[in-house]
Design a protein around this ligand. Sequence first.
Ligand SMILES: O=C(O)[C@@H](CO)OP(=O)(O)O
Length: 248
Amino acid sequence: MHKIVFMRHGQSIWNFENRFTGWTDVDLTERGKKEARAAGRVLREAGFEFDLAYTSVLKRAIRTLWIVLDEMDLMWVPVVCDWRLNERHYGALQGLNKAETAKKYGEHKVHMLRRSYEIAADALHPGDPRTSYNDPAYATLKREQIPLTESLKDTVARVKPLWIESIAPEIRKGKRILVAAHGNSLRALIKELDGISDKDIALLNIPTGQPLVYELDDDLKPIRHYFLGDPAQIAEALQEVEAQGSAS
Ligand SMILES: O=C(O)[C@@H](CO)OP(=O)(O)O
């Protein structure tokens, strides 16, 4: 039996301001840092150890990982920062307030934009200053690999190869892995792992800063999964994510 731990970053500044974030590289709030420290403590107290970690190239996930590893006294653990774990790109919605967008276009439309499998926000114009074309974090990518918007389906298409080519082989070698990523890149990964349908994936939300343990069999098929930590706090964090798309 293998175990892998997934974690969404702690609260970011734009989570706090309720803005669509995507590839915008915002940092954690003080609460987000506290959530990451608490997650590290919970993991340490539950006896978890890691020999390898994966994260995105966005600082809210990287800093979350640093804080968790620090709290566990595991800062020596090798870290792979891979853009394929980035948050789903939110296109022209990036920077807009979610509640204001729901007021303008309706909660249903915002829910579909946030949680459906195939719908993507309008693409950024290639000349928009919000594109990642000039960001050195993506210097090794071809221009056509840098998205201007993405659906969850597009996110699956980039996350899945990372799982197949890199994460899964390391698990098979016996590595104990922590993945610190984002709400939608984790939804993409979990959709594939659990075989969740295109329709049902709309119901899945991932709370900030809560370690999610997956137990996998020898074929890396999930046996069971569970959050570590206080169930009331996890329920509250989930509720908070859902509520971000409401108009009031
Ligand atoms: O704005 C975003 O990039 C994501 C994660 O914070 O939000 P949502 O939960 O609306 O998909």
